[in-house]
Design a protein around this ligand. Sequence first.
Ligand SMILES: [Zn+2]
Length: 440
Amino acid sequence: MTKAFSADQWDERETWSRDRLAAFQTEALRRQLAYVEANSAWYRARFEVAGFRAADFRGPADLARLPLTTKQDHLAALEAAPPWGTALACAPSAVRRVHFSSGTTSRPTPDAWTAADLARWADLYARAAYSQGAREGDVFQCLFSYPWFVGGLGATAAFERIGCAVIPGGSGDTERQIETLFAYGTTAIMATPSFAAHLAEVAQRMGRDLRKSKVRHIGVGGEPGAGVPATRARLEDLWGAKVYDCYGSLEFQPIAWDCAAQAGGHLMEDFAFAEVIDPETGAAVPDGTPGMLVLTHLDKQAFPLVRWATGDVVVRDSRPCACGRTHARLPGGVLGRADDMIVIRGVNLFPTAVEDVVRAMPGLADEYRIILDDSVRDPATGFPTGIHLQVEAVGEAPPDIGHRLADTIRTKLLVRAIVEVLPPMTLERFTHKAKRLVKR
Ligand SMILES: [Zn+2]
């Protein structure tokens, strides 16, 4: 059912003045912190240790008195009383949905939603998709994974709410997905950037040209992608469609989605209060400076989080957007994971920076691996002195392409690279979440 506030805007909150938004956030934080204190035994104990009482909350500056909540903290709270732990802030009978983390860094952790949480989530996703141009009558093929993963059902609910026909394709059956999108005139898809690239590769092998499909709107999420300019340009060229970055996590659905202006995803500032901090010192950093994103729910019942350390490094820009929305943006999307950051002789390097160089170079496929192994490690200290990079040639790649790539990386990223150019289709393709940094 459509609920557009105006032709361009789903919800009047999207263009509130910054002052009005700030006043709303203070009130919402006061209400949410009181709810958390009353209903989460785990947070109540943490508040007590910090000498914090929700009743004394005066404004967002008071949040800094509370410790960060890390994934490890969350895991410990869950293990203290499985399966929900002491952090669930609603009755277990009020839970209406459970999703799980992919478990790439630890065992899978759950997150839960009440009926109100689910409705809010669907509305925020719909708001974001609407801001990208999705409208009633679109045919939406959802290419996010459905089992366990948080993206598939969320996107489904959003596009249904806007008034689209939804085809729940999931993240497998690549050839059938391609046949389906031509047969049913799919106009919008969502997928991981890896799967969107993989679909294009397979379509070419099938002799189908995705640019001749009706797909005009591609939302990508689940991994950095559309925030990397070369990746976005490559995907837009392969599909002949606009590519929008959709950043969320299991714990926060959604965090920041691109609008039609593609000028950095808008934070959902009426849903989560955002801080950007120096991950080493914990101090707030100003707009324009990279730092770790820390989020506090303003409106979540089942698993509310206070000062959640996302581990994602971002740059915030609170200036108005060309689209007229006032919520701050994250230009470039997620720059990297605070723990994926490789430090090489004092230079900070994220895999996404390497990706930008690889994908901008003609003659190379999209796939790559960054390997930190003994070939690029100082034997005395064990620290990396460069990166070992595997890429794939496509078509008539010039014989010196490896050297040229290494030169470009040294010039642009100030890092030494040992480049290995492999034959086409050697590296594993990912249809869900890509893992391109390998430490041996
Ligand atoms: Zn905008």
